[in-house]
Every structure is written in structure tokens, then in C-alpha cells.
Design a protein around this ligand. Sequence first.
Ligand SMILES: Cc1cc2nc3c(=O)[nH]c(=O)nc-3n(C[C@H](O)[C@H](O)[C@H](O)COP(=O)(O)O)c2cc1C
Length: 271
Amino acid sequence: MYSLLFRHVLSRLDPEFAHHAAMAVIRVLGVPPFSWLARTISSPGPEQQVHALGLTFPSPFGVAAGFDKNAVGVRGLDALGFGHVEIGTVTAIPQEGNPKPRLFRLVPDRAVINRMGFNNAGADAAARRLRSLRRRAPRAVIGANIGKSRVVAVEDAVGDYVASATALAPLADYLAVNVSSPNTPGLRGLQAVETLAPLLRAVKDAAGATPLLVKIAPDLSDEEITAIAQLAVDEGLAGIIAHNTTIARDGLRTDAAVVEAAGAGASRERR
Ligand SMILES: Cc1cc2nc3c(=O)[nH]c(=O)nc-3n(C[C@H](O)[C@H](O)[C@H](O)COP(=O)(O)O)c2cc1C
């Protein structure tokens, strides 16, 4: 049914508009009586529970960061039976993101190129939404993914991440430090161990007892991955999220001119 909907409806719409249209439906599914119906149809069974990070995930299927950047769809995604929703990436300072268009389908590859640029309403707005969500006791685990505000210089990144961590850690089940999105200048450079170590230490202090994870890029070398894994162990992180979108363009079936026209950004294959 999804492939019919994709072929005949969604693929004819602008990708970002299609996303917002889907999110509008998801938001409706978060409100009774639609949420009751969604739960009846898609509640995961108890055998699907996963225990990790000291948390119980109702299902192994969750929603990665980037889908619900502002924590507006969590109730609907929870009603649909997702085991976790990672909101964000949230930045301390609200920002518009890159100019549109910034999301492109590569249909033959079942992939997209995105250069959204962390469009989000900021950490205070996300905290307000999470606070109101907490009162409704969702079953899904809620993670908060934080990133650097674009207007903040890379040298001042620590304070910027700490501001988001302070606002969101008390309201999230886990916190993810995103240093791997390719659409914020300088962000991926924070994956170098010399800069990552002080960043993770400061965010961990701010996060308190909330499990902390770091989200890495798929384009790192084996040596870089080993160094970050060692750092995660040394700093007592709860885990590593592998992985963000790639900047690679090799092996695509889509016409090279179409890929070229989409321009820079991260690509991600749909499975
Ligand atoms: C349109 C789009 C927006 C995304 N936005 C974010 C984001 O804001 N923060 C983030 O950490 N990852 C973001 N991602 C990356 C996803 O969370 C995920 O890590 C990536 O798609 C790889 O997972 P997959 O192989 O399951 O697709 C985005 C991905 C896409 C396609």
C-alpha cells in the first residue's frame, strides 16, 4: 500500500511538503479518538520489548533524528507503536535552516539528498513540548538529539551544546550529541578526539544521570571510529549512534546530472 501511495501521490509532491503533510496526519493520530484506534492497530506486543541504556523500548523500531525536529509528532508516533522517537536535531538558538529547496529525491536509488541545516525552533521550545508530553506518559522512549547553532563559532561549541543539554536532559530519556551532520559548517570537525573529548565531558556533566550517546558519521576512517569508541568508553558514555547520513555519492543509479543539480548535502538510502 505504501508503494502505491508513494508512486501515485507522495512522489509527485515537493519532498519537504510531503514530509509536512505526513507529519500533519501523524499529529492527528496522536489525539483521541484517533490515537486509540492507532494503538489498537499497531501496539507492539510485549515480546518486542528491547532493554538497552537502562531503558525499556516497547519495540525495536524507532524514529531517527531529523524526522521530528521540534517534538511535535511524538504523541502520534507513540500511538503508531514506535519504540523510540529521537527528536531534533535541536540547537540552543532557533534557526531557519538552509534556503529551500533543500531536500531532493533520488528515486532510482530509493534515496534522498538533504541539506536541511538544522531547521528547528530551538531548545527552549523543544523543552516546553517535552514537558507537556511527559504529563501524558508516552510509552515510547524519547531521545533528544542536540547540535551546534549555526551562528555560534566552532570554538564556542561547548557552551552552545551545554545550553541545549541543560534544557533538554531533564526531560529526555537519553541525549544524543550530534557531531556528524554535514550541513553545519565545521560540525563534523568536532569528531576529532581532541575537540570531542572536552565537548562530551562538558555535556555529560550537564546531562547528569541522563544516558549520553554520540552520533557519528559513516564517512570516518576505521582509525577515527576506533578512537571515538575508546573515548566513549573512557568518558562513560551510554553508547554510539551509528550512523548519520553520508556525503558519498558513489554507486548511485540516478542520472549524474540529477545528482549534480541537487548539489551538496548528505544522502541516505531508503531500505
Ligand atoms: C531528511 C533527513 C534529515 C535528517 N536530519 C537529521 C538531524 O537533524 N539530525 C541527525 O542527527 N540526523 C539526521 N538525519 C539522519 C538520520 O537520523 C539517520 O541517521 C540517517 O538517515 C541514517 O539512518 P538510516 O540508514 O536508517 O537512514 C536526517 C536524515 C534525513 C534523510
